[in-house]
Write a protein that binds this ligand. Structure first.
Ligand code: G6P
Length: 469
């Protein structure tokens, strides 16, 4: 079997003691994918090292995975990560033109860092390696590797939403971004909507033509595009949730609830997650249901994220203020409606907290997939499961038909859904859980990985009949 080389911006290198650094959904999924197959994981260490140019790698073996990571200097972090990736591409892909801040300097930094990554990665490659690049930080990487003579098959997976042509074309360099994607052999998206949007951008903006069955031709290169919804390591998470009931944080939470029902939300502090709208909805639910007073508590766990980006720093202040206001006006001496925690909790504790929560609120304004939605369901006790309240704008809503699907912009409707979730009879809850769990078990992270890599390794030549799912 060919060696797998995974490239992602953030690489959670295990510490000497065996634990990993804090990781987002992408890193957790890739960790699970690499664990079974082994291979090389290349990317940024997450560290900023003064002014030094990126010219050396730290290489460390851990189990069957070799980690190769580089530090970035201050300027690279500012321009490539904070600037172009997180102030231009991220808001653009989440349909937030109002927050998109495009700068030519940042764009130059983005391409410079991708070139440096390609220069460091190329000498580590073997001729038959399968290269799998992840997410919006690294779109130009394949083109840079090709310039250096790399002939391997290279796939790209876009973890976040892909916007429609009208949105994408507001980015002054969108043609270069599209050209970067066309240099891959296979480009994967989370949902059929993202694939449609991508095809719309390709064809309507005149960058290439469709050859049918997911194949495109652009800039003289034929490549495949497909929909590969990411999954979780379902069985491991089920076991983690059972075990999580013994976790001290979960026990402390149970004790402190004193028979209150728990509603939970877990997100990075990001404007795409709809945390403000969710707090408004919970507040509205409490106003509408006098019996909720003292009987229901909403725990929102929100680790701080990308605080160096001004829009995130502003949001941090806004959410803290909103939470304070709701607690001040609705709370009582013996009841805090919203517990707001800016901490990163261990996955065992999170799994246990999901299990004791009667409702999980996953209500992003736009999200590629949202793995918290899948984890919340996987963590439930099958005999007495909680209910998932899920935004129609999360990729997960395309699969999770047992959730209560809401429009997060509609505060009133979300408030109603919270009420429905909490009071739902156990038979209805079981039915919903049973409709989702088999899919979570079948389409887990290993299946996602296998499906993508099977297509990547098979698509050597354009075959018009070889359709994707
Ligand atoms: C999202 C992105 C990932 C990213 C993660 C955490 O899930 O798709 O690429 O790693 O957020 O964000 P951060 O900026 O801290 O890496």
């Amino acid at each position: 079997m060919a060696r797998l080389v995974v490239v992602s911006n953030r690489v959670p290198v295990p510490s000497a003691k065996g634990g990993t650094a804090a990781a987002g959904g992408l890193a957790v999924a890739l960790e699970a994918a690499l664990k079974s197959r082994g291979g090389l994981w290349f990317g940024w260490s997450g560290k900023t090292s003064g002014d030094r140019e990126i010219e050396w790698l730290e290489i460390r073996d851990h189990g069957n995975v070799t980690y190769a990571v580089a530090d970035l200097n201050r300027r690279d972090v500012d321009e490539y990560y904070t600037g172009f990736a997180n102030r231009a591409l991220w808001p653009l892909c989440h349909y937030r033109l109002d927050l998109t801040d495009f700068s030519r300097k940042d764009m130059a930094g983005y391409f410079r860092v991708n070139r440096s990554f390609a220069r460091l990665l190329a000498p580590l490659l073997r001729p038959d390696d399968l290269i799998w690049v992840h997410d919006y930080h690294l779109i130009p990487l394949a083109a840079e590797l090709r310039h250096m003579g790399v002939k391997n098959r290279i796939g790209f997976f876009h973890h976040i939403p892909w916007p429609p042509a009208d949105v994408l074309s507001t980015l002054p360099v969108h043609d270069t971004i599209m050209r970067g994607l066309a240099a891959y052999d296979l480009v994967g998206f989370q949902t059929d909507y993202d694939v449609e949007n991508f095809a719309g951008c390709m064809i309507r903006e005149g960058f290439g033509k469709s050859l049918g069955h997911g194949w495109f031709e652009s800039y003289g290169h034929k490549f495949q595009v497909g929909n590969f919804a990411i999954g979780i390591d379902t069985q491991t998470f089920v076991a983690m949730a059972e075990e999580g009931m013994k976790n001290s944080i979960v026990k402390r939470t149970c004790d402190s609830l004193r028979n209150c029902d728990l509603v939970i939300g877990v997100d990075r502090l990001d404007y795409s997650k709809g945390i403000g709208q969710r707090i408004e909805a919970f507040s509205r639910f409490c106003e509408m249901s006098p019996s909720a007073k003292g009987q229901v508590t909403f725990l929102q766990i929100t680790p701080k994220s990308r605080s160096e980006v001004p829009e995130y720093a502003q949001m941090q202040r806004d959410i803290a203020e909103l939470t304070g206001r709701v607690n001040g006006s609705l709370g009582d001496v013996d009841w805090t409606p919203i517990r707001y925690v800016n901490k990163t909790l261990g996955r065992g504790a999170l799994a246990g907290l999901y299990r004791i929560a009667k409702a999980g609120l996953v209500t992003p304004l736009r999200d590629g997939m949202n793995l918290v939605a899948k984890e919340y369901v996987a963590a439930q006790d099958p005999t007495d499961p909680g209910v998932l309240v899920l935004s129609r704008f999360a990729g997960a809503a395309r699969e999770m038909d047992g959730a209560l699907i809401v429009n997060p912009y509609d505060v009133e409707a979300t408030a109603n859904a919270i009420g429905r979730a909490i009071s739902m009879p156990v038979e209805a809850r079981r039915e919903r859980y049973n409709s989702m769990m088999p899919k979570l078990l079948e389409h887990d992270v290993a299946a996602w990985c296998r499906d993508f890599l099977d297509v990547l390794s098979a698509n050597e030549e354009f075959e018009p009949e070889a359709g994707l799912r």
